[in-house]
Write a protein that binds this ligand. Structure first.
Ligand SMILES: Cc1cc2nc3c(=O)[nH]c(=O)nc-3n(C[C@H](O)[C@H](O)[C@H](O)COP(=O)(O)OP(=O)(O)OC[C@H]3O[C@@H](n4cnc5c(N)ncnc54)[C@H](O)[C@@H]3O)c2cc1C
Length: 479
């Protein structure tokens, strides 16, 4: 999308962004759990899970369902859902491969199986939400990718052909049909596919936490794992409190590391996973007149086409959540609060918001935040094992992990339990993505790729020499 227009004025946009509360909309209310005590002293467990996001919580839940007697402990450095899991857009897609196009480019031979496993995974996720009476708001709808430049139309046609090839139902929309989904003067057409679920990810984290605890799983918040070491037939997990001085030691049989963009403990995961900060805004609830001005009665999940894209949706109380486009990497996998309030990024996407929906001038933003997306060079999770296969790690779903993290958790359990399943046979699981070079090359490669992506979008999608080279090696950079 072109840079922000003058409507409603860049000065005004700046004010609108500054006025928004720097907090995650999904968790900015009083319904959340009280943080549990950090781990302290020496204890035993059967399975220790490092990281309390979707991957960690789904690992715990599925482990306990499978073996109710298992002593499962989750150690979370901050509070459950602190990472990407409660900061995302809530698009819950069946894809395990960051979309069909990406999956097809890497694993064409496995794609039919991957699509089936993705559908089964999503169905399982819904079953769990029902059987544990989870409160998260959710609805099933289509996902529509909008063309906002002529060359996007060709890209969408190719997407349709690929969907047809795999028997996945999707349909092209002309300009009128696209604008009847949501009324934006920028839409030239669209590709409607689905179904997907749109849900409240913050509530889903809390619901999962409750379900895990209900089955006897133990969760320690503010317990940052600093290392895992083998000791005879056991593993020893060391943790330190992030709110005090308590330290803990857990001896256990098996460990799953689910720290995603943090890629810790240990250095191995960092070879494959980059933290990329993605920025999000939510508006105040739209009035009936504002809703009528855009239509959007199907409450679809929307995104625009192109390399740099926005994703957006309505919330249950009719706000618009608007995110994406400006993904930022910081030197040496830089992470932390200082990267979450980058107002240039929020202002950039706020300008794009009013370009897309100029009729909403006057609408205010209620919240602004950012979150770390763990990304790999294949845009899908990477899997690894250490300590004679007693520890498994999974990280890097890139921008599509809300659904896929449940599958990643399932695979991690297969790996630590030494089970050969059709999941562990997948090339996506067996082979690691191309490693990302260490610093200072890492920063240079990401910056070069980012510049090439911007050039490509400005140049009718032509890939250019740098992106073509990366394509040849099956390497990419995305949010
Ligand atoms: C802004 C944004 C928008 C997104 N939008 C979507 C979307 O709409 N749809 C979609 O499918 N995906 C989306 N994603 C991606 C999705 O949110 C993630 O893929 C998914 O949440 C990953 O879950 P996770 O549990 O693996 O990682 P996380 O949720 O990041 O959890 C990792 C946890 O590990 C903890 N941790 C780190 N180090 C340690 C340590 N040493 N010891 C203990 N704990 C530790 C962290 O505090 C964190 O809570 C988005 C992500 C972001 C950031």
């Amino acid at each position: 999308m072109a840079s922000s227009s003058s409507a409603p004025g860049s000065r005004h946009i700046s004010d609108l962004v500054e006025e928004a509360k720097p907090a995650v909309f999904w968790t900015d209310h009083s319904g959340g759990p009280t943080a549990s005590e950090p781990l302290s002293g020496k204890h035993h467990a059967d399975l220790v899970i490092v990281g309390g996001g979707f991957t960690g919580l789904w690992s715990a839940l599925q482990a306990l369902e499978e073996n109710p007697g298992r002593r499962v402990v989750v150690l979370e450095a901050q509070t459950t859902g602190f990472g990407a899991s409660s900061r995302n857009g809530g698009f819950c897609d069946s894809s395990l491969t960051h979309g069909i196009g990406n999956g097809h480019s890497h694993w064409p031979d496995d794609m039919t199986d991957l699509l089936r496993m993705g559908d089964d995974n999503l169905a399982g996720l819904v079953r769990s939400m029902d059987s544990y009476n989870m409160k998260t708001s959710r609805w099933e709808t289509d996902e529509v990718t909008m063309a906002t430049a002529q060359w996007h139309l060709e890209e969408l046609r190719e997407g349709l052909d690929l969907d047809d090839h795999y028997g996945v139902h999707s349909r092209l929309l002309d300009q009128t049909q696209a604008r009847s989904i949501a009324n934006s003067p920028t839409y030239l057409g669209g590709l409607s596919s689905g179904p997907i679920l749109l849900l409240d990810p913050g509530q889903l984290v809390w619901d999962l936490r409750k379900a895990v605890q209900g089955l006897g799983g133990i969760i320690h918040d503010h317990s940052r794992v600093t290392g895992v070491e083998p000791d005879g037939s056991e593993l020893v997990v060391f943790s330190e409190s992030t709110v005090g001085t308590k330290a803990g030691i857990l001896r256990c049989e098996r460990v799953i590391v689910a720290t995603n963009a943090w890629a810790e403990p240990g250095k191995r995961i960092r070879n494959y996973v980059l933290p990329i900060y993605d920025h999000v805004l939510t508006t105040e609830p739209l009035s009936d007149a504002q809703m009528a001005s855009i239509g959007w009665s199907g409450r679809e999940g929307l995104a625009d086409a192109g390399n740099q894209f926005h994703y957006y949706r309505l919330t249950a109380d009719s706000r618009i959540l608007w995110g994406g486009y400006d993904a930022n990497y910081y030197f040496r996998n830089g992470m932390g609060a200082k990267y979450e309030s980058r107002s240039e990024s929020h202002k950039l996407i706020a300008g794009h918001f009013f370009d897309t929906f100029p009729q909403l001038e006057g609408l205010r933003f209620s919240h602004r935040w950012a979150g770390p997306i763990g990304t790999t060079s294949k845009f899908t999770a990477a899997f690894g094992r250490q300590h004679q296969n007693r520890l498994a790690w999974v990280a890097g779903y890139t921008g599509l992990g809300v659904g896929a993290s449940r599958f990643g958790a399932r695979v991690a359990l297969d790996l630590i339990d030494g089970k050969d399943t059709e999941r562990t046979e997948l090339a996506m699981v067996r082979k690691k993505p191309v490693p990302i070079p260490p610093e200072p090359l890492r920063c240079a490669v990401v910056a070069a790729t980012r510049r090439a992506i911007i050039r490509s979008d400005a140049n009718h999608g032509r890939r250019g020499p740098w992106l073509s080279l990366l394509d040849r090696f099956g390497v990419g950079f995305d949010s």
